[in-house]
Design a protein around this ligand. Structure first.
Ligand SMILES: Cc1cc2nc3c(=O)[nH]c(=O)nc-3n(C[C@H](O)[C@H](O)[C@H](O)COP(=O)(O)OP(=O)(O)OC[C@H]3O[C@@H](n4cnc5c(N)ncnc54)[C@H](O)[C@@H]3O)c2cc1C
Length: 387
């Protein structure tokens, strides 16, 4: 087993770190106070992400993307996670669902996303269906050669802008299907845009689809394909969330280390007080464990060693452990900074708010545990856990 990064991965890591420090971190306070960046700055960042070779990583070369390995994407997402206020979204790539489009859909939706001009919003969650997607109520009913969509979607990240929203619908008993609904389609509207704990450029509006008609050409990947497409997205994004949690925890720990070494109380440096020193020790240990899990799962996926179901379980383990780990680290680091840790001028305060959602979106920690239990009961433990 080899845990040393190759020279190529180390170079990528340094390139991503440089991008994050030069192009993302300087904008954190603007987004924290205004929840937006001027259009020209956003375009500039997106162009730099392309120039640095950090977008679109998850699109295969034959479609014009970078065709990056899972490990390469993990390394970059990790560095991106150092940035607060959702600025990490400027690196990586679009929802991999866009890869499932036909030629016309790729031209219309994937190509501009590859140029960094937009990312699609992905609307699954509803007021009465979050973790439990068996409660989904949004329907798409065939009428001639058109589909009529009715339903309400909540927490539609990025639903306030861009070209379209990808809407997860019920098209028949046990049959779930995705449709692109372009902004401006009659019957589609934003009901409300609530505020959230984090301050990001992305909004997460509640949206309604009322007798909203789309043509057959808006159907993505075939009737009944929604679950397969979403599952493949979950596996990719759960691993990316876990990777970003590593970067966030690393920055928190680095900042806490500097602070501990300079701050004195009662005649000692902060870390010389056992109560504080042990917080650093626990944080470093847990970060190290999480990093090994995420790197191992990523390289296993690249090597094709695990089957997709095993990987689904492992991606859930990574998300569960890394998101809970960074929550603990952020909590400790706020405490280590004292009053400053509660002040938005400090990354600790912003990361404390930012990382909370990593235990909720793309499947809550409780749902991760139920995915993992399922894997434990169905799969060979030695094979899955390397025992
Ligand atoms: C900022 C933000 C952005 C989001 N972006 C999107 C998006 O772009 N697209 C999208 O479709 N969704 C999005 N979501 C929705 C997110 O995926 C859901 O919030 C999440 O899946 C949980 O669903 P819920 O909020 O309905 O909670 P519920 O499912 O109602 O769960 C409430 C609580 O009960 C627990 N629970 C539920 N079932 C079980 C069980 N079987 N066992 C144990 N505990 C259980 C949950 O873990 C949770 O703690 C976003 C959410 C947020 C906060």
């Amino acid at each position: 087993m080899e845990f040393e990064l190759t020279p190529e991965l180390k170079e990528l890591q340094q390139r991503a770190l440089h991008f994050v420090e030069q192009e993302l971190i300087p904008h954190e306070m603007t987004v924290d106070t205004t929840e937006a960046l001027p259009k020209e700055i956003r375009a500039q960042i997106q162009q730099k992400a392309l120039d640095y070779g950090l977008w679109p990583m998850n699109v295969p070369k034959e479609l014009g993307g970078l065709g990056s390995s899972v490990m390469e994407q993990t390394i970059v997402q990790e560095q991106a996670g150092r940035a607060t206020n959702g600025l990490w979204a400027h690196v990586g790539g679009p929802y991999n669902a866009l890869l499932r489009g036909n030629e016309a859909q790729r031209k219309k939706y994937l190509e501009p996303a590859m140029r960094g001009e937009w990312t699609v919003a992905y609307a699954v969650t509803e007021p009465d269906a979050g973790s439990d997607t068996t409660n989904l109520q949004t329907t798409a009913v065939k009428k001639g050669d058109r589909w009529v969509i009715n339903g309400n979607k909540w927490f539609v990240s990025g639903g306030h802008e861009g070209l379209a929203v990808l809407v997860h619908t019920i098209t028949g008993p046990g049959e779930e299907t995705l449709f692109f609904v372009d902004h401006g389609t009659p019957g589609m509207r934003t009901v409300r845009t609530p505020r959230f704990m984090h301050r990001q450029e992305d909004r997460h509006p509640e949206m309604a689809f009322e007798n909203c008609e789309v043509g057959e050409e808006q159907l993505l990947g075939g009737i009944g394909e929604a679950n397969n497409i979403s599952k493949s997205w979950f596996r990719e994004e759960r691993l990316h969330i876990a990777a970003r949690c590593l970067g966030a925890a690393q920055r928190l720990l680095e900042e806490a280390k500097v602070w501990c070494a300079e701050r004195e109380s009662f005649g000692s440096k902060l870390h010389e007080h056992q109560g504080i020193g042990w917080m650093l020790a626990d944080s470093a240990t847990e970060l190290y464990a999480a990093r090994l899990m995420v790197y191992a799962t990523s390289s296993e996926e690249d090597a094709g060693r695990s089957d997709p179901k095993e990987l689904h379980t492992k991606a859930s383990m990574c998300k569960l452990y890394a998101s809970e780990m960074v929550g603990r680290v952020a909590d400790r680091v706020v405490q280590i900074f004292g009053g400053r840790g509660y002040c938005a001028d400090y990354a600790a305060e912003r990361l404390y708010r930012d990382v909370r959602v990593d235990r909720i979106w793309e499947g809550t920690s409780e749902i991760m545990r139920s995915v993992i239990v399922n894997g434990v009961m169905k799969r060979d433990l030695n094979r899955m856990l390397g025992g």
